[in-house]
Design a protein around this ligand. Structure first.
Ligand SMILES: Nc1ncnc2c1ncn2[C@@H]1O[C@H](COP(=O)(O)OP(=O)(O)OP(=O)(O)O)[C@@H](O)[C@H]1O
Length: 263
């Protein structure tokens, strides 16, 4: 079930990506509404990360096209932020938290210019938002995994984009950090920013997101959480792999859709 929107912030048309001739994404067609908080779900290897990378122009497309803000990524690069999986970064690199967060401003500063006072102010504000002020001058190698994840988010916040793609921002964080991060993402979405998150925990989908994309090489569903996060579509997305499907069924019965409170 694919729900389409008028004037989408993102439009993906007939997107196919192949690695070594094997399609990992096949004919994906979807649109996302502005200001939505989107969860991208699907089993391991479903192509979730690849979808985000393809949208960001980081992997070649075998077919199809992507439009952001009604134009090309090149045109609107400064309005888009991509937060890859935390493991994709060398955290032993000698840099402080503040250095890394101010790097988020480079799309605005330009690579070969020095950041200005306003850039440091934006970075410091972002560090405060993720509650890492006390660690601003600490080397990133000396942070815990959850603290690194917060720094990663601060870097994206400092960029002040309108459309965010985040690959598993909750991976390896404790409950308090997850709550802090989802709180910030909801705030961003309330301010009209669109946030697309690759997510694994089906138990929290209805609580966190207002739009869900269900992927398994093909696009199974894209739409408001109350319309597409159904047992039938989950079954189609996960097949026999989802052992907790019956639990999710229970969860669906119990919950009112959609709830945007973080408890
Ligand atoms: N650089 C690559 N070269 C070849 N195959 C790749 C490459 N990157 C990913 N793949 C394959 O493409 C498929 C989709 O991978 P992708 O990382 O997009 O899945 P995913 O849904 O994000 O998975 P997970 O939930 O495990 O993170 C997988 O089968 C993976 O092995």
């Amino acid at each position: 079930m694919i729900v389409n929107v008028e004037n989408p912030i993102l439009e993906v048309h007939d997107l196919t990506v192949t690695y070594s001739r094997k399609p990992v994404l096949w004919g994906v067609d979807m649109t996302l509404p502005k200001g939505s908080l989107v969860g991208v779900i699907g089993p391991n290897g479903a192509g979730k990360s690849t979808l985000i990378k393809a949208i960001m122009g980081l992997v070649p497309l075998s077919s199809g096209w992507v439009e952001l803000f009604g134009g090309s990524l090149k045109e609107f690069r400064g309005k888009v932020s991509y937060v890859p999986q935390k493991e994709s970064v060398d955290w032993d690199f000698p840099a402080s938290v503040r250095d890394v967060v101010v790097m988020g401003r480079y799309a605005k500063v330009g690579l070969f210019k020095r950041p200005r006072k306003a850039d440091y102010e934006a970075a410091d504000y972002a560090i405060e938002q993720v509650k890492m002020k006390d660690y601003a001058h600490r080397q990133i190698s000396q942070l815990s995994g959850g603290q690194q994840q917060r720094v990663f988010l601060a870097r994206a916040l400092a960029q002040n984009a309108d459309l965010y793609f985040m690959d598993e921002p909750f991976a390896g964080v404790d409950a308090a950090t997850e709550k802090a991060i989802i709180g910030i993402l909801k705030q961003m979405s309330a301010q009209g920013k669109t946030v697309v998150v690759v997510h694994h925990d089906l138990q929290t989908v209805t609580k966190y997101f207002d739009w869900v994309v269900q992927l398994n090489t093909r696009l199974v569903a894209s739409g408001p959480v109350d319309q597409v996060f159904t047992q039938e579509l989950l079954q189609e997305t996960y097949g026999g792999k989802l052992t907790i499907l019956s639990d999710v069924g229970q969860l669906l019965k119990k919950q009112d859709f959609p709830t945007r409170d973080v408890t």
